[in-house]
Design a protein around this ligand. Structure first.
Ligand code: ADP
Ligand code: ASP
Ligand code: MG
Length: 400
């Protein structure tokens, strides 16, 4: 069982979580629980680290931001004791949850489950702080924002759990963010592939890496609410879906910025020079469009980078100006990427054109497009985010 930040926000809610855990245990299950920090706490801790220094050492940043989950793990164990349920907390280094050394974006490599399994077999509920692990240097690491989902799936895989239940503040995975589109529909099931694409293009209900891991380790993941008892959404293999919808959902992402490098010489190797310089600076480029040469001999290249890396990217390009030989660099941070995802796209034509037409009819201009086998993404002006999501939700017949 994994409980997110809203579910852990305050002692009253933690008591509610303890009651849910006690009920599962009373039903005869051995339970391990992964907890997030209280809602808003990780943001607060990140703020402290940034205020201390924008260039905070990543290992020390992890020491700071991993602390939120330590607090909630201890509190839940105490609440379980108070409810008469034997329990103990297992911090990342105690289990141990071994990760890579990439502080602040570490990946779990191995979980040592011997001691925790013995403790669970003896009747004690294991309470594990999400988001944290221990690096090869013996220091605390964190898994990137939203990482408690990944902690939960990794622990479920390591324990060979029957299921990994992700309790959150919505009662399942919807056709789009229910906070933006009230007519969004809850999905009873969604395929791993669709969930993976949706997560990677912005549906933050599950961290992308957690879905990747669930798919690889064949963990049965269920998303459900901490606050009511309605059935949630089960993430399943494609063969388990009875009636396949064309589109599973619509997602948005406002974390990218657009950069246009104009007046680039239209010759082999130039694109490599642009993206090589960015890659050397560890900037992750997402969408890329290279325009046709409208002035003889030169072309324009437009792409997106994480907004947090816009300044760095501009700096890198300025330094590489002579090597690339462009005329100008312009940027726009007020953009949003809107995506539609569905495995039905593999066998149906016209999915993209429905999207372009629906946006065009509302006067929303498309600045860049990318596609994969089961996804179409467009870049638009940020101010139209909600409108675009709603219009597409209707255009694909997803409205409840
Ligand atoms: P937690 O703290 O429990 O991990 P998150 O805030 O990380 O919760 O994720 C849950 C949120 O994800 C919901 O409140 C909802 O606004 C958002 N969300 C975005 N897309 C979707 C979707 N397609 N279905 C359900 N929730 C979504
Ligand atoms: N507390 C961490 C975060 O806010 C991890 C999580 O909640 O999943 O990113
Ligand atoms: Mg989350």
């Amino acid at each position: 069982m994994k409980f997110g930040g809203t579910s852990m926000a305050g002692i009253e809610r933690i008591r509610g979580v303890a009651a849910r855990v006690a009920a599962e245990r009373a039903a005869g299950h051995e339970v391990a629980v992964v907890v997030s920090a209280m809602a808003g706490e990780t943001d607060r801790l990140v703020g402290f680290a940034q205020a201390a220094s924008p260039l905070a050492d990543r290992a020390e940043y992890d020491v700071v931001v991993a602390s939120g989950e330590q607090v909630t793990a201890g509190l839940l164990a105490i609440a379980l004791h108070a409810a008469g349920v034997p329990a103990r907390s297992w911090l990342g280094w105690q289990l141990a949850i071994a990760t890579t050394d990439a502080h602040s974006t570490a990946r779990i490599e191995d979980i040592d489950t011997d001691a925790v399994l013995a403790s669970m077999a003896a009747g004690s509920v294991a309470v594990v702080p999400g988001f944290q692990g221990i690096g090869p240097d013996g220091r605390v690491t964190t898994l990137g924002r939203g990482g408690s989902d990944t902690s939960a799936v990794a622990l479920a895989a390591a324990l060979h759990a029957d299921r990994c239940d992700i309790y959150t503040d919505v009662d399942g995975v919807y056709t789009t963010d229910p906070r933006i589109v009230p007519r969004a529909r809850k999905l009873a099931t969604i395929t791993y592939e669709e969930m993976l694409e949706l997560a990677s293009v912005g549906a933050k209900v599950l961290q992308t890496r957690s879905v990747e891991l669930a798919m690889k380790e064949k963990v049965r993941v269920q998303v459900l609410s901490s606050f009511n008892d309605t059935p949630g959404t089960l993430v399943v293999g494609e063969d388990e879906i009875v009636e396949q919808e064309l589109i599973a959902g619509v997602a948005y992402n406002r974390n990218e910025a657009k950069i246009t490098v104009a007046g680039v010489p239209d010759r082999p190797g130039v694109v490599a020079a642009i993206f090589g310089a960015l890659a050397d600076a560890q900037v992750n480029v997402d969408m890329i469009v290279q325009n046709i040469a409208y002035v003889a001999g030169t072309t324009d290249v437009t792409f997106t980078v994480p907004r947090t890396e816009l300044a760095l990217s501009e700096d890198v390009l300025a330094k590489a100006k002579a090597a690339i030989g462009y005329a100008t660099v312009t940027s726009d941070a007020a953009v949003a990427k809107i995506s539609v995802v569905g495995v039905g796209m593999r066998s149906h034509a016209g999915v993209a054109v429905t999207m372009f037409r629906a946006l065009g009819d509302r006067g929303i201009n498309i600045q860049a497009i990318t596609t994969s086998e089961i996804k179409v993404s467009v870049l638009i002006a940020e101010e139209y985010t909600e409108l675009a999501v709603r219009v597409l939700h209707t255009a694909y017949g997803l409205d409840a």
